[in-house]
Design a protein around this ligand. Structure first.
Ligand SMILES: [Fe+2]
Length: 236
């Protein structure tokens, strides 16, 4: 499966995935660019889908659907289908509620490694806001994501790299991996890997003892994995 990233709005990232000539837009807010890209590369936009229903992720849907013969697949429908065949590849979807109730992640293989399109569930350097207020559910969703191998690439729904690395500078200033992590930033193709995130992202390193000095100042219970994560989310 191939992937092309597009930027739109202040920080949003749209994706086009394709195999052979068959393509799917995920959070395709950069609709004109996506339609042009498909035209230039002989791709047939067959499907339009989203990582969740927030309005900053769906603004391209109508334009993509009216300008092409694509069909809309909602996040709920994607999860029911589990697998969307695309060319000779597979795009898998699984529910990751927490940021919203309808949040999902997509998984595919780009021929080099596994890849996740995570929407607002996991970003470079942070996780999404828990708008559902169901922190237990969000925690279990993140554990589904963290189960993938460390080389798995992460394609997030926003580029908020400056903000998240600023938070890391504050929470974890002595992290020896932070300088290299910052040096890997590319505005043209924002990607991270699960293994990189597990070295720097304070919001998924709930078992990392180096964060305990910071966490112990929060006055929250820290006995279980969930409690350690929940404490960190209080400063999210
Ligand atoms: Fe969102």
């Amino acid at each position: 499966m191939n992937i092309q990233q597009f930027r739109y709005g202040d920080t949003n990232l749209a994706y086009l995935l394709w195999d052979g000539i068959e393509a799917v837009a995920v959070d395709g807010g950069a609709a004109d660019e996506i339609i042009s890209f498909c035209g230039e590369n002989g791709l047939n936009l067959a499907y339009v889908t989203n990582t969740h229903g927030h309005s900053d992720h769906t603004p391209g849907n109508e334009h993509l659907l009216s300008g092409t013969s694509a069909s809309l697949i909602s996040p709920e429908e994607m999860c029911e289908m589990k697998v969307l065949p695309l060319g000779s590849s597979r795009l898998e979807a699984f529910p990751t509620p927490g940021h919203t109730n309808d949040s999902i992640c997509f998984y595919f293989n780009d021929g080099d490694s596994g890849c996740l399109v995570t929407g607002d569930t996991l970003f470079n350097g942070t996780v999404g806001n828990c708008y559902t207020k169901n922190y237990e559910l969000y925690f279990s969703s993140l554990q589904k994501v963290l189960r993938f191998p460390s080389e798995t690439k992460i394609y997030a729904g926003h580029d908020i790299f400056d903000y998240t690395t600023g938070v890391m500078d504050k929470i974890d200033p002595d992290n020896p991996f932070l300088a290299e992590y910052k040096s890997l930033y590319s505005k043209d193709h924002l990607v991270t890997a699960l293994g990189q995130e597990l070295k720097v992202n304070p919001f998924i390193r709930y078992n990392d003892k180096t964060l305990d000095a910071y966490r112990s100042g929060l006055g929250m219970p820290l006995k279980t994995e969930y409690e350690r994560w929940r404490a960190m989310m209080s400063v999210h």
